[in-house]
Design a protein around this ligand. Structure first.
Ligand SMILES: [Zn+2]
Ligand SMILES: [Zn+2]
Length: 108
């Protein structure tokens, strides 16, 4: 996948209900994430072992109905979330969010 600045610059970020988040990117692409999916992709030190990249959490054990209580921007480059399980230590850089876009055309 090609990464450029416009593909990782969001022009709109909005919650769709309590369970998902929609990001519209500057290149027109729209990503729809469930908060559960975002929680599974948390890359904080409590979820991912820093040196090996090994996941320290059981991603399948995360509640199916996990919701997002808060969405906050961190600087101009990232978002952070407060999930309904109170996890809030992850910082999601925009280029990372674009990279993990779950839509079919990004997964290929
Ligand atoms: Zn985490
Ligand atoms: Zn996509």
């Amino acid at each position: 996948m090609i990464m450029d600045i416009t593909s990782s610059t969001p022009v709109a970020i909005k919650k769709k209900g309590n369970r998902s988040l929609q990001i519209t990117w500057e290149d027109g692409h729209v990503s729809l994430y469930s908060f559960r999916y975002l929680r599974q992709h948390c890359s904080c030190a409590g979820c991912i072992e820093e040196w090996t990249g090994r996941k320290l959490i059981d991603t399948e054990a995360i509640a199916l109905d996990l919701s997002g209580l808060k969405v906050e921007s961190t600087g101009n480059y990232a978002l952070s979330f407060v999930f309904s399980d109170n996890h809030n230590t992850g910082i999601y850089h925009f280029d990372y969010l674009r990279k993990i876009c779950p839509c079919l055309s990004c997964k290929e």
